[in-house]
Design a protein around this ligand. Structure first.
Ligand code: DC
Length: 230
């Protein structure tokens, strides 16, 4: 085994970034950090305070509240995964709803929100040995990461995968609604002013539209082992 490195995984919504990042962290005995969960937690906080509604958000009020938001991750022995905590409360399930997904892009477009979360994310990576997934990890959070991966897949493939997930957890939703949500998030994520989703120059592209999970994992593990050596 080589030296510990930080691994940045960026890409569009519902590309399977977190599945890959978790597998990789598990295999390499690294820590996995879900940066999107942090933006979702801020969105949930705003909703609980009535600052973020289903259609709108009060930007100034949310910025004022930022100091009252504390996000952490704790290992869950039952599921074997890490759960997201908002001010000491486990919100792992609540932040995965479509209601949160609908408002998280506008919340994550706010500069002050990003400044706060990027700082926290950089602190997680200080000791190396972190796999983090998101939209701006290779460009802004860890510009020096030894391995950067940019994941993509067609909108159809992504919508269908997410649709199956949501249905499995009992959400009443159509494939069309999921597709709409994904397209809208792609649009906001790639065109926002603050750290838009773009591929870092030195990121390796992984298009998984037609790869199985195993094929994808083998490719990425090779990349990681190679980068750990140098
Ligand atoms: O990865 P996800 O779908 O859980 O992310 C939720 C939203 O958070 C996504 O629409 C964009 C935003 N996000 C971001 O702006 N920057 C990140 N590093 C991670 C997520």
């Amino acid at each position: 085994m080589g030296k510990k490195i930080n691994i940045a995984i960026d890409g569009f919504s519902s590309c399977g970034k977190s599945t890959l990042a978790k597998q990789l962290a598990h295999k390499l005995k690294y820590i996995y950090i879900d940066s999107g969960a942090m933006y979702r937690a801020v969105t949930l906080y705003g909703m609980e305070q009535g600052i973020v509604t289903d259609e709108d958000l009060d930007k100034e009020a949310l910025i004022e509240e930022l100091n009252n938001i504390n996000i952490s991750f704790n290992y869950n022995r039952t599921t074997g995964k890490s759960d997201t905590y908002l001010n000491g409360k486990n919100v792992e399930s609540e932040i995965r709803t479509l209601r949160i997904a609908r408002m998280v892009s506008p919340v994550s477009a706010i500069k002050e929100v990003r400044t706060k979360l990027v700082k926290a994310q950089q602190a997680f990576g200080k000791e190396k040995g972190v796999v983090m997934d998101g939209r701006d990890i290779g460009t802004t959070v860890f510009p020096d990461a030894k391995l950067k991966i940019f994941m993509t897949a067609s909108t159809e493939v992504r919508a269908y995968r997410r649709f199956r997930e949501l249905i499995a957890r009992g959400d009443k939703i159509t494939l069309e609604e999921v597709k709409e949500n994904i397209s809208r998030r792609d649009e906001i994520d790639t065109t926002r002013e603050e750290s838009p989703l773009i591929k870092a120059d030195d990121a390796l592209i992984l298009d998984n539209s037609i790869l199985t999970m195993e094929e994808q994992f083998d490719i990425v593990l090779d990349w990681a082992e190679e980068r750990q050596k140098n």
